[in-house]
Ligand binder design. Structure first.
Ligand code: ADP
Length: 482
């Protein structure tokens, strides 16, 4: 029998995206359709979402949803997909990003905006005596985690799954907001949302959900430790029997070099020569000199997590060995400034594009020779998966999903033809610069490089296996194991 699952999140492709979360939430419904799971996504009614939700119909109305009028509406996107939207203009009809104003500062009422999203989700699933419209709720990250909390304190009509896409973002707020969340006093304990005297929304979700997943098996292990657990490792250890790592897939309808219209030249693994035209196009976009050495690309949030400060340290080394660098990203102003200085030092060798540009991110995977991902931690990471699919060899740290998806070009793996990239142990100058030296040497050995590209393109990181794992989990939790 088809399971009805409500997926709740703060972003989803193609409506609104700031990172990998949106790719995953956007891809899951189609991936699960083959598993007899009907998944419908509930999103906040930001202007971009309302504009693309088509003609909407009211499902539920609230005179006051944590203090503001709101309604849940259903709509259909241009491709026919059904969608639920929390239409609450006082919370979401604002200029700026999903989490902050145009200057990048977080909205001061984020606690209420996303608690409201969680409440709406729980309501749709039958909490607080409402009509039960779903068999299970799947909440993503702290912005949706309160759905699990409201379900538990609202009578627990259905089970819930919480997926942690990044433990670094926890939705931690002062204790003074607790009375305004509409929860019983019983929720103000270590078994509820209370966390070090404040309200921990991710933490609350973790203790109330029936299962906790994260987006790779290695990250699932790592978050049990103080180094990666970011203060929540104790909660994870206490709930370890409920923790599972399910690797993200990539959406092949969006990310296939043979049909990708963002590329100047489409190609497949039998026609890698066609990548050249994409490389030339990239050189133009980034104002780079033509050259024989490898063109390294970076597509990333510019943050400490992503190791961009270490990238800054190795740029001179990379250019000194004959490489070039094209970077697309947005984030910390100090990192942007450092990158600008490097581009100034290496005119024609380092090209930058600050901002968010989906089409350009595809061209970079289709024209770059290698993609650098020197993350300090990486729950799953998608850019290395796109790199593998596009013959843009990933050079990555051995952490989280990077460790689970890229096979280092050591002699044994090269001999067997299984190597797909270059893996280094940590985001430090010594390790990263050595990895870049290895990449440049390997690139000079054309047949070896081609083998690396081809085995990467053969690797299958589509959604099938992951969708099956989610479906099995949903069935187990709803007592419908097959
Ligand atoms: P995270 O979610 O931590 O930022 P992931 O690697 O999981 O990292 O996902 C990042 C996603 O965002 C990928 O789809 C990547 O291509 C995209 N991305 C990141 N920065 C940019 C940018 N500046 N322009 C376009 N796409 C970007």
């Amino acid at each position: 029998m088809t399971l009805k699952v409500l997926s709740v999140a703060s972003e989803a492709v193609p409506l609104i995206k700031t990172g990998g979360l949106a790719d995953v939430v956007g891809a899951l419904p189609a991936a699960l359709a083959g598993e007899e799971v009907e998944m419908i996504t509930l999103l906040p009614g930001y202007p971009a979402v309302m504009a693309k939700a088509g003609k909407v119909r009211k499902v539920v109305g609230f005179d006051s949803l944590l203090g503001e009028p709101a309604r849940i509406v259903s709509g259909r996107m241009a491709d026919g997909r059904k969608l639920l939207v929390l239409d609450a203009p006082n919370y979401f009809a604002r200029e700026g990003g999903p989490y902050g104003d145009p200057s990048g500062s977080d909205w001061g009422d984020n606690w209420r905006r996303f608690a409201a999203l969680g409440y709406a989700a729980a309501h749709l699933a039958g909490a607080f005596g409402a009509k039960k419209r779903f068999d299970l709720v799947h909440a993503h990250d702290w912005q949706a985690a309160m759905a699990c909390v409201y379900l538990r304190y609202g009578g627990k009509p259905v089970p819930s799954v919480l997926t942690i896409h990044n433990m670094a973002f926890q939705g931690f707020f002062g204790g003074e907001i607790f009375p305004r969340l509409g929860l019983p006093d019983a929720a103000w304990t270590i078994d509820g949302v209370e966390f070090h005297g404040g309200v921990g929304m991710l933490k609350g979700g973790m203790v109330c959900a029936d299962a906790i997943t994260t987006v790779s098996p290695t990250y699932a292990r790592e978050i049990h430790t103080a180094r990666f657990g970011m203060g929540l490792d104790g909660v994870i250890r206490a709930r370890t029997h409920l923790v599972e790592g399910i690797l993200n897939g990539i959406d092949k309808a969006e990310w296939d070099p043979a049909s990708d219209l963002n590329l100047t030249s489409q190609f497949d693994s039998g026609h890698l020569g066609k990548r050249k035209a994409n490389k030339r196009a990239l050189e133009k976009v980034f104002g780079l000199d033509k050259g024989e050495g490898p063109l390294f690309v970076v597509v990333s949030r510019l943050t400490w997590q992503k190791g961009i400060d270490v990238l800054l340290e190795v740029i001179d080394h990379l250019i000194g060995l004959g490489g070039r660098l094209a970077l697309l990203g947005a984030g910390d102003a100090s990192l942007e400034a450092g990158l600008r200085e490097a581009a100034e030092r290496h005119k024609g060798k380092v090209g930058l594009h600050f901002g968010y540009d989906e089409a350009l991110s595809h061209l970079m995977q289709g024209g770059g020779d290698a993609i650098l991902v020197p993350s300090r931690f990486e729950p799953c990471g998608l850019t290395q998966l796109y790199g593998l699919a596009y013959g843009c060899v990933p050079v990555v740290t051995r952490t989280g999903g990077l460790a689970d998806t890229v096979i280092d070009a050591n002699p044994a793996a090269m001999g067997e033809g299984t190597a797909t990239g270059i893996v280094f142990t940590e985001a430090s100058y010594d390790e990263f610069s050595l990895a870049i030296s290895r990449a440049i040497r390997l690139y000079a050995d054309k047949p070896a490089w081609k083998r690396l590209q081809k085995s990467g393109m053969r690797a299958d990181f589509g959604w099938e296996a992951s969708a099956a794992a989610y479906a099995a989990l949903y069935r187990r939790l709803t007592g419908r194991a097959q």
